[in-house]
Design a protein around this ligand. Structure first.
Ligand SMILES: Nc1ncnc2c1ncn2[C@@H]1O[C@H](COP(=O)(O)OP(=O)(O)OP(=O)(O)O)[C@@H](O)[C@H]1O
Ligand SMILES: [Mg+2]
Length: 208
């Protein structure tokens, strides 16, 4: 397999992306078992919008108290309903969250300089030029839509139609694959998935 060259011989940062339920978290977990540094932007977003989180004041100013729960966290369900059908609100929320997520991801990267390489999980990588600039490679986890629907509906209390609606709002599969330097095909079982991760781990660690 080809070795991967990093221009400045610095830390290799791999942006991991994929549609809802494609297997990003599972894949990140497998990379972590190999000793990779992991940064999860979903987790960062979650922390920012918890009670006392760094984005709460800005959200209160932009949307009002009624989008916060009694204990001062973002009311996720209510916000999800608003932004699902309201593009301006979605943009407004993103203007609050994205710069803060980016800043926190960069700060975590500074702490991970001694790692062999870092997997940066960014579901919104296709829509975010700033994150695309931060990573040297894009790794897409890919599976077909039916598999996404079955896996997400099996994991959450969410209907198949809701999963389809979310998929329809996300960047298309074709578009996402166009950005990929590497692809993990998550159509088969977990053993097959782990083998693909192991092969990529070998390539990423031999890159320096
Ligand atoms: N190859 C596989 N075989 C069986 N189940 C799988 C496989 N890959 C992932 N899953 C399961 O499918 C579900 C979705 O996977 P996962 O949570 O890793 O996806 P995700 O891309 O992180 O989702 P989200 O977009 O919601 O963050 C999980 O319940 C996971 O355990
Ligand atoms: Mg996930």
């Amino acid at each position: 397999m080809n070795r991967i060259r990093v221009p400045e011989q610095g830390l290799l940062i791999v942006g991991l992306t994929g549609g809802i339920g494609s297997g990003k978290s599972t894949v990140a977990g497998l990379f972590a078992e190999h000793g990779a540094g992991i940064i999860d932007t979903d987790l960062i977003a979650h922390r920012l919008t918890q009670s006392g989180g760094a984005a709460i004041e800005a959200i209160r100013k932009a949307f009002g108290d009624h989008f916060l729960t009694e204990d001062g966290a973002l009311d996720r369900a209510k916000m999800r309903r608003l932004i699902f059908s309201n593009a301006a609100s979605k943009h407004r929320l993103e203007m609050i969250l994205h710069p803060r997520i980016l800043e926190e991801a960069k700060s975590q990267l500074n702490q991970l300089q001694n790692m062999p390489y870092v997997i940066l999980v960014v579901p919104l990588l296709p829509e975010s030029p700033a994150f695309r600039q931060l990573v040297q490679r894009v790794l897409v986890v890919d599976c077909d839509e039916e598999t996404q629907v079955v896996r997400v509906a099996g994991r959450n209390r969410i209907s198949e139609q809701q999963v389809r609606d979310i998929i329809a709002q996300q960047t298309s599969r074709t578009e996402r694959l166009r950005l990929a330097d590497d692809v993990i095909h998550n159509q088969s079982d977990l053993k097959n998935l782990a083998a693909q991760v192991t092969a990529l781990h070998e390539r990423y660690t031999n890159s320096n």
